[in-house]
Design a protein around this ligand. Structure first.
Ligand code: ATP
Ligand code: MG
Length: 290
């Protein structure tokens, strides 16, 4: 099953030239897809196209199709599409509208006419999933940046969408908040079967969870595939290579220069363990030959 399909999708905002050019992309159901690329390459526009806001809200001109759960985004209204796709915008603060944490999460359900009794239970569940249990009556304004970000995710989760799209969700978070957020998204993907699409520049903390990596440049998808394959191609073809974490650059350099074959690390922790083993075995080798 495919969650999202872009089929030769091109788009221009009403005020300008095309910003997406003949995008072909398949996001399988259950995928954890990371979209990266330089500033202005079209990542946010791609997210807006999945949510249907492009073109339904922004107008403009388009060609080709985007299909979500088998339905064209132009054939369904945005509210109905939002039942399948939850979107956390880059400026998620603007998505927070209520005074208290519980009211914020309940908002989307009240709008859909969900019975009051059911709302309370679902709010508790969504807050537990993002680690905000017990904060129901706290004021949204009094939460930390990381807590507000997780609240934005809870407000999406409560409506139980199959697909969650997040545009640079860690941009305002400290390293710990970032790790926590991505651990949460990893869990939602692995344990709850959510299809996740995340726009991210800083790849290190998201790599352990990603299954598909997409690199955009200038309105086009220039690379798309399994994570390790794409990281290698980014370095070899110098396509947004600056985003490849230093440890992985080191891995590729070692493999080339020292001619060792290293395993496919998914986290810095794994990298360090293997590099230590490699160093220890080399030292032994040197000691033997001495
Ligand atoms: N509402 C809009 N109206 C007109 N042009 C827009 C609009 N939003 C974005 N653009 C243009 O579309 C192109 C792609 O922008 P987009 O925001 O999708 O890129 P991005 O990869 O998300 O960039 P960033 O890394 O800065 O977030 C840019 O040239 C941008 O100026
Ligand atoms: Mg953007």
């Amino acid at each position: 099953m495919t969650a999202i399909v872009f089929d030769k999708f091109s788009y221009a905002y009403s005020t300008g030239d095309p910003v997406l050019h003949s995008i072909d992309l398949t996001v399988p159901t259950g995928s954890f897809t990371v979209v990266t690329g330089p500033e202005g390459s079209g990542k946010t526009t791609l997210c807006l196209a999945i949510a249907g806001a492009v073109p339904q809200y922004f107008g403009g001109r388009m060609a080709g199709n985007v299909t979500v759960g088998g339905v064209k985004t132009t054939a369904i209204n945005m509210a109905d599409l939002a039942r399948q796709v939850g979107t956390v915008l880059a400026d998620y603060e603007s998505q927070l509208v209520a005074l208290t944490v519980a009211e914020e999460v309940a908002f989307g359900l009240e709008n859909r006419g969900v019975p009051r009794l059911e709302i309370a239970g679902r709010v508790q569940q969504a807050l537990a999933m993002v680690g905000l249990s017990g904060k129901e009556d706290n004021e949204v304004a009094g939460l930390s940046g990381g807590q507000r970000q997780r609240l934005a995710v809870a407000s999406i989760l409560v409506t139980d969408p199959d697909i969650i799209v997040l545009d640079e969700p860690a941009s305002a978070l400290d390293p710990e908040g970032t790790l926590e957020l991505y651990r949460l998204l990893g869990e939602l993907n692995k344990d709850h079967g959510k299809t996740i699409v995340v726009v991210e520049h800083h790849l290190t903390s998201i790599l352990p969870y990603a299954t598909q990596l997409v690199v955009m440049d200038n309105g086009r998808i220039v690379l798309d595939g399994p994570v390790m394959q794409i990281l290698t191609a980014m370095v070899n073809c110098q396509l947004y290579a600056e985003a490849v974490p230093a440890l992985w650059k080191l891995k590729f350099a070692l493999e080339k220069v020292v001619k060792v074959s290293l395993s496919d690390w998914t986290s810095p922790g794994e990298a360090v363990i293997e590099l230590k083993k490699l160093l220890a075995s080399r030292k032994k080798g040197v000691a033997k030959s001495a």
